[in-house]
Design a protein around this ligand. Structure first.
Ligand code: FAD
Length: 394
């Protein structure tokens, strides 16, 4: 029986397990994660008010509940367990650990207090375990023209009553409730902005924000969606959103804290007074140099954001997962069986959080949530582990 370990229980790791379970029904597959809980950025990146996007989790639940895939939470590769040890236990090891370090702006002042990366902010809004709260002021500049920028605009511009059905915690709501003005600034012209037009149109439902779009040019679905937003002004709006296109960041100004963000377009300058700058210009990190099928070396593979770089939506990780699974199936056809796999891992990480224990954390989060919310995420690892251990299940 082939033994396969996947490191990372985000969408890429889960899609890979799904594809492997189909191709190698006799294989034993285990997914490890550094956190006590599965699903990676579905839980900690996707916006709390986009619960529909998170429903992909239901298909991953089948892996653990019906297809015999093992979950080993609170096991960090490189700390709790080494790669050598894993390769000693498993015939194939797939790295699916993602890449979520915020890319820096790379201009003077980008390290001033008040400048925050979108990853740090979305983790805080999603109650990533043991994350310090972020402090967002009244005048916010968001740099970036992608969907994470739109998520931030929407979350910051919503009033308290607009989070019905989300899993935004009261603590996170408190962090994003002060904003009065948001300027969204992108380097590219409006017709090249990477926004999803559906997400832009969704801003037209904001109940408390007036929207102004400056410098629209060109045509296409994004431009049409932005035109549709222009002049959105609900009665009694308490917030303003301004979109600007074609401006390159030049400097973040301030002494002890950010006071303004400066942009250029040829000889022209745009100076936006602000107390907070959020950068939503992508993520970074080192990819391990896998080939197109995800192979790094004998018995070692990569998939998802770790393999391709930090770009693309949840469904875009599926094709990668299928390619790497096909390669593993082909490689394992010539590998003699006999590695200990799960039995050896259970000995190596006896404290790991198993799927039944995660289900208890999940149940506690759903049961103990404020009215109007679907979940109250447990925000510390210690508490997650306490709930996992209370149950005594494995
Ligand atoms: C802020 C944000 C919002 C997004 N919103 C959307 C959206 O609305 N819709 C959409 O389709 N896509 C969205 N995406 C993109 C989507 O999240 C990614 O395509 C997807 O999560 C990448 O999957 P992954 O499994 O490669 O990485 P991840 O989801 O990052 O999963 C990696 C997993 O590996 C674990 N891990 C990391 N290091 C270790 C280690 N050393 N040992 C063990 N485990 C480890 C992590 O805990 C994590 O669970 C968003 C991304 C971000 C950053």
């Amino acid at each position: 029986m082939p033994q396969i370990a996947i490191v990372g229980a985000g969408p890429s790791g889960c899609f890979t397990a799904q594809a492997l379970a189909k191709l190698l029904p006799e294989a034993r597959i285990d997914i490890l994660d550094a956190l006590p809980v599965p699903y990676g950025l579905i839980r900690y990146g996707v916006a709390p008010d986009h619960q529909g996007t998170k429903t992909v989790i239901r298909q991953f639940e089948r892996l653990f509940e019906r297809q015999g895939v093992g979950f080993f939470g609170d096991v960090r590769l490189g700390e709790t367990v080494t790669l050598d040890a894993l390769q000693g236990l498993y015939d194939a090891v797939v790295l699916a650990t993602g890449l979520s370090a915020d890319r820096r702006l790379g201009v003077k002042g980008d390290d001033l207090p008040g400048v925050l990366g979108s990853g740090a902010v979305t983790r805080a809004f999603n109650d990533y375990p043991d994350t310090a709260p972020v402090s967002i002021g009244e005048q916010v500049v968001i740099v970036g023209n992608g969907n994470v920028a739109v998520d931030l605009v929407r979350l910051l511009a919503k009033g308290a009553g607009e989070f019905h059905g989300s899993d935004l915690s009261e603590a996170a709501a408190g962090q994003c409730g002060r904003v009065r003005r948001i300027d969204v600034v992108g380097r590219s012209p409006s017709d090249q902005a990477k926004f999803d037009p559906v997400m832009i149109r969704e801003l037209g439902r904001l109940e408390q924000a007036a929207i102004h779009v400056h410098g629209l040019s060109g045509e296409g679905k994004v431009v049409e969606a932005l035109e549709h937003l222009q002049g959105h002004a609900p009665d009694g709006a308490t917030r303003e959103i301004h979109f600007h296109f074609g401006w390159t960041p030049e400097e973040i100004e301030g002494q002890a804290h950010v006071t303004a963000a400066r942009f250029r377009q040829g000889d022209a300058r745009l100076v936006l007074p602000c107390d907070t700058v959020l950068t939503a210009i992508g993520f970074e990190g080192t990819t391990p140099g896998a080939d197109a099928e995800g192979n790094i070396g004998p018995g070692l593979y990569a998939t998802g954001w770790l393999k391709r770089g930090p770009r693309g939506t949840i469904p875009e990780n599926r094709a990668d997962a299928q390619a790497v699974a096909a390669r593993i199936a082909a490689d394992l056809a010539t590998v003699p069986a006999g590695k200990p796999g799960r039995d050896g891992l259970l000995d190596l990480v006896p404290q790991a959080v198993h799927y039944a224990q995660w289900q208890n954390i999940d149940a506690a989060e759903r049961a103990d949530c404020p009215e109007g919310r679907v979940r109250q995420k447990i925000a510390t690892k210690a508490r997650m582990l306490a709930i996992a251990q209370q149950t005594g299940e494995s």
